[in-house]
Design a protein around this ligand. Structure first.
Ligand code: GTP
Ligand code: MG
Length: 193
Protein backbone atom coordinates (compact mmCIF):
# COMPACT_ATOMS: atom_id res chain seq x y z
CA UNK A 1 0.00 0.00 0.00
CA UNK A 2 1.22 3.51 -0.75
CA UNK A 3 1.05 5.23 2.61
CA UNK A 4 1.97 8.73 3.60
CA UNK A 5 2.86 10.03 7.04
CA UNK A 6 2.66 13.70 7.90
CA UNK A 7 3.16 15.68 11.08
CA UNK A 8 -0.09 17.35 12.05
CA UNK A 9 0.39 18.47 15.64
CA UNK A 10 3.10 19.06 18.21
CA UNK A 11 2.35 19.35 21.91
CA UNK A 12 4.58 20.57 24.72
CA UNK A 13 2.17 20.99 27.60
CA UNK A 14 -0.81 19.26 29.17
CA UNK A 15 -3.12 22.16 28.39
CA UNK A 16 -2.47 21.65 24.68
CA UNK A 17 -3.79 18.07 24.75
CA UNK A 18 -6.98 17.57 22.80
CA UNK A 19 -9.17 14.63 21.93
CA UNK A 20 -9.10 13.38 18.38
CA UNK A 21 -11.69 11.12 16.79
CA UNK A 22 -8.99 9.06 15.12
CA UNK A 23 -7.34 6.00 16.63
CA UNK A 24 -3.85 6.55 18.01
CA UNK A 25 -0.85 4.36 18.59
CA UNK A 26 1.94 5.91 20.63
CA UNK A 27 5.64 5.19 20.29
CA UNK A 28 7.40 5.12 23.66
CA UNK A 29 10.84 4.14 24.87
CA UNK A 30 14.13 5.29 26.29
CA UNK A 31 15.86 8.25 24.79
CA UNK A 32 17.92 7.20 21.81
CA UNK A 33 16.13 3.86 21.31
CA UNK A 34 15.14 4.89 17.79
CA UNK A 35 11.54 6.17 17.98
CA UNK A 36 11.99 9.07 15.59
CA UNK A 37 14.11 6.97 13.24
CA UNK A 38 11.29 4.44 13.12
CA UNK A 39 8.81 7.15 12.10
CA UNK A 40 11.19 8.23 9.34
CA UNK A 41 11.63 4.68 8.13
CA UNK A 42 7.89 4.07 7.99
CA UNK A 43 7.44 7.39 6.22
CA UNK A 44 10.21 6.63 3.75
CA UNK A 45 11.63 10.05 4.56
CA UNK A 46 14.92 10.72 6.25
CA UNK A 47 14.11 14.07 7.80
CA UNK A 48 10.46 14.01 8.77
CA UNK A 49 11.16 13.45 12.48
CA UNK A 50 14.32 14.99 13.87
CA UNK A 51 16.79 12.41 15.07
CA UNK A 52 20.07 12.68 16.90
CA UNK A 53 22.90 10.50 18.12
CA UNK A 54 22.54 12.39 21.42
CA UNK A 55 19.63 11.29 23.63
CA UNK A 56 16.82 13.69 24.50
CA UNK A 57 16.15 14.98 21.00
CA UNK A 58 12.38 14.75 20.98
CA UNK A 59 10.89 16.97 23.70
CA UNK A 60 7.29 17.07 22.54
CA UNK A 61 4.40 14.79 21.61
CA UNK A 62 4.35 14.64 17.83
CA UNK A 63 1.19 13.46 16.11
CA UNK A 64 1.78 11.89 12.71
CA UNK A 65 -1.22 11.09 10.57
CA UNK A 66 -0.99 7.86 8.59
CA UNK A 67 -2.94 7.92 5.33
CA UNK A 68 -4.98 6.41 3.81
CA UNK A 69 -5.48 4.34 7.00
CA UNK A 70 -6.43 7.42 8.98
CA UNK A 71 -4.85 6.75 12.38
CA UNK A 72 -2.18 8.67 14.29
CA UNK A 73 1.27 7.54 15.30
CA UNK A 74 2.31 9.65 18.27
CA UNK A 75 6.06 9.98 18.82
CA UNK A 76 6.68 10.59 22.52
CA UNK A 77 9.72 12.14 24.13
CA UNK A 78 12.10 9.49 25.42
CA UNK A 79 12.67 8.67 29.08
CA UNK A 80 15.68 7.61 31.10
CA UNK A 81 17.84 10.41 29.84
CA UNK A 82 20.47 10.84 32.55
CA UNK A 83 21.29 14.46 31.84
CA UNK A 84 17.69 15.49 32.17
CA UNK A 85 16.88 17.53 35.29
CA UNK A 86 14.48 16.32 37.95
CA UNK A 87 12.00 19.05 37.07
CA UNK A 88 12.09 18.07 33.41
CA UNK A 89 11.62 14.42 34.26
CA UNK A 90 8.60 15.22 36.43
CA UNK A 91 7.16 17.32 33.63
CA UNK A 92 7.64 14.44 31.20
CA UNK A 93 5.88 12.02 33.55
CA UNK A 94 2.91 14.36 34.06
CA UNK A 95 2.48 15.00 30.35
CA UNK A 96 2.72 11.31 29.42
CA UNK A 97 0.36 10.34 32.22
CA UNK A 98 -2.16 12.95 31.13
CA UNK A 99 -1.89 11.74 27.56
CA UNK A 100 -2.28 8.08 28.41
CA UNK A 101 -5.00 8.25 31.02
CA UNK A 102 -7.46 10.55 29.31
CA UNK A 103 -7.40 9.08 25.88
CA UNK A 104 -9.98 6.52 24.79
CA UNK A 105 -8.56 6.62 21.26
CA UNK A 106 -5.17 5.36 22.39
CA UNK A 107 -5.40 1.79 21.11
CA UNK A 108 -1.90 0.58 21.98
CA UNK A 109 1.57 1.74 22.85
CA UNK A 110 4.49 0.43 20.83
CA UNK A 111 7.21 0.16 23.46
CA UNK A 112 10.56 0.35 21.74
CA UNK A 113 13.31 -1.67 23.37
CA UNK A 114 16.99 -1.48 22.44
CA UNK A 115 17.93 -4.92 21.12
CA UNK A 116 21.51 -4.42 22.32
CA UNK A 117 20.46 -4.27 25.98
CA UNK A 118 19.19 -6.91 28.38
CA UNK A 119 15.69 -6.10 29.70
CA UNK A 120 15.88 -2.83 31.64
CA UNK A 121 13.94 -1.97 34.79
CA UNK A 122 12.77 1.37 33.44
CA UNK A 123 11.17 -0.33 30.42
CA UNK A 124 9.45 -2.88 32.63
CA UNK A 125 8.07 -0.03 34.74
CA UNK A 126 6.46 1.44 31.64
CA UNK A 127 5.03 -1.87 30.44
CA UNK A 128 3.59 -2.57 33.93
CA UNK A 129 2.08 0.89 34.04
CA UNK A 130 0.45 0.39 30.64
CA UNK A 131 -0.85 -2.99 31.74
CA UNK A 132 -2.38 -1.39 34.84
CA UNK A 133 -4.18 1.09 32.57
CA UNK A 134 -5.38 -1.73 30.32
CA UNK A 135 -3.49 -0.36 27.32
CA UNK A 136 -2.06 -3.04 25.00
CA UNK A 137 1.72 -3.09 24.64
CA UNK A 138 3.37 -3.77 21.28
CA UNK A 139 6.99 -4.60 22.09
CA UNK A 140 9.46 -3.71 19.33
CA UNK A 141 13.16 -4.54 19.53
CA UNK A 142 14.95 -1.72 17.71
CA UNK A 143 18.36 -1.55 16.06
CA UNK A 144 17.94 -5.22 15.13
CA UNK A 145 20.69 -4.79 12.54
CA UNK A 146 23.23 -4.79 15.39
CA UNK A 147 23.06 -8.00 17.51
CA UNK A 148 23.56 -11.52 16.21
CA UNK A 149 20.45 -13.53 15.37
CA UNK A 150 21.04 -15.78 18.37
CA UNK A 151 21.14 -12.81 20.75
CA UNK A 152 17.97 -11.41 19.24
CA UNK A 153 16.15 -14.71 19.66
CA UNK A 154 17.22 -14.89 23.32
CA UNK A 155 16.06 -11.35 24.01
CA UNK A 156 12.75 -12.00 22.26
CA UNK A 157 12.07 -14.96 24.50
CA UNK A 158 13.05 -13.00 27.63
CA UNK A 159 10.67 -10.16 26.78
CA UNK A 160 7.94 -12.60 25.83
CA UNK A 161 8.17 -14.07 29.34
CA UNK A 162 8.31 -10.70 31.06
CA UNK A 163 5.31 -9.38 29.18
CA UNK A 164 3.46 -12.70 29.29
CA UNK A 165 2.46 -12.34 25.68
CA UNK A 166 1.92 -15.21 23.32
CA UNK A 167 3.85 -13.65 20.44
CA UNK A 168 7.50 -12.73 20.21
CA UNK A 169 8.36 -9.02 20.24
CA UNK A 170 8.80 -7.59 16.76
CA UNK A 171 12.28 -7.03 15.40
CA UNK A 172 12.89 -3.73 13.70
CA UNK A 173 15.73 -1.89 12.03
CA UNK A 174 15.42 1.62 10.70
CA UNK A 175 18.72 1.10 9.01
CA UNK A 176 17.86 -1.98 6.94
CA UNK A 177 14.06 -1.91 6.96
CA UNK A 178 13.92 -5.27 8.72
CA UNK A 179 10.50 -5.87 10.27
CA UNK A 180 8.86 -2.95 8.54
CA UNK A 181 6.06 -4.92 6.87
CA UNK A 182 5.33 -6.83 10.06
CA UNK A 183 5.13 -3.62 12.05
CA UNK A 184 2.72 -2.04 9.56
CA UNK A 185 0.46 -5.09 9.83
CA UNK A 186 0.44 -5.01 13.62
CA UNK A 187 -0.16 -1.25 13.81
CA UNK A 188 -3.03 -1.60 11.37
CA UNK A 189 -4.66 -4.33 13.46
CA UNK A 190 -4.52 -2.30 16.67
CA UNK A 191 -5.68 0.89 14.97
CA UNK A 192 -8.83 -0.93 13.87
CA UNK A 193 -9.78 -2.07 17.41
P1 GTP B 1 14.81 10.72 21.67
O1 GTP B 1 14.12 11.64 20.72
O2 GTP B 1 16.00 11.31 22.32
O3 GTP B 1 13.89 10.10 22.66
O4 GTP B 1 15.46 9.50 20.79
P2 GTP B 1 14.75 8.56 19.72
O5 GTP B 1 14.24 7.33 20.40
O6 GTP B 1 13.79 9.31 18.88
O7 GTP B 1 16.03 8.07 18.84
P3 GTP B 1 16.47 8.55 17.38
O8 GTP B 1 15.53 8.05 16.36
O9 GTP B 1 16.77 10.00 17.42
O10 GTP B 1 17.83 7.67 17.18
C1 GTP B 1 18.90 7.73 18.08
C2 GTP B 1 20.16 7.20 17.43
O11 GTP B 1 20.05 5.80 17.12
C3 GTP B 1 20.53 7.88 16.11
O12 GTP B 1 21.93 8.04 16.08
C4 GTP B 1 20.08 6.88 15.06
O13 GTP B 1 20.82 6.97 13.85
C5 GTP B 1 20.34 5.55 15.74
N1 GTP B 1 19.42 4.50 15.25
C6 GTP B 1 18.08 4.58 15.22
N2 GTP B 1 17.53 3.46 14.69
C7 GTP B 1 18.57 2.66 14.35
C8 GTP B 1 18.65 1.35 13.75
O14 GTP B 1 17.67 0.69 13.40
N3 GTP B 1 19.89 0.84 13.58
C9 GTP B 1 21.02 1.49 13.95
N4 GTP B 1 22.19 0.89 13.76
N5 GTP B 1 20.98 2.73 14.52
C10 GTP B 1 19.77 3.31 14.71
MG1 MG C 1 13.03 11.19 19.05
Amino acid sequence: MNRTIELVKTIYEIKQLENFDEAQIALAGRSNVGKSSLVNRLAGRKKLAKISSKPGKTRSLNYYKVNPDGYFLVDLPGYGYAKCSKTERAKWAKLIEAYMTSNPQLKAVAVLLDSRLTPQKIDMELTSYLKSLGIPVIPVLTKADKPKQRELAKLQSQWKDILQQKNNPLLFSSKTGKGEDNLWDVLGEYAKL
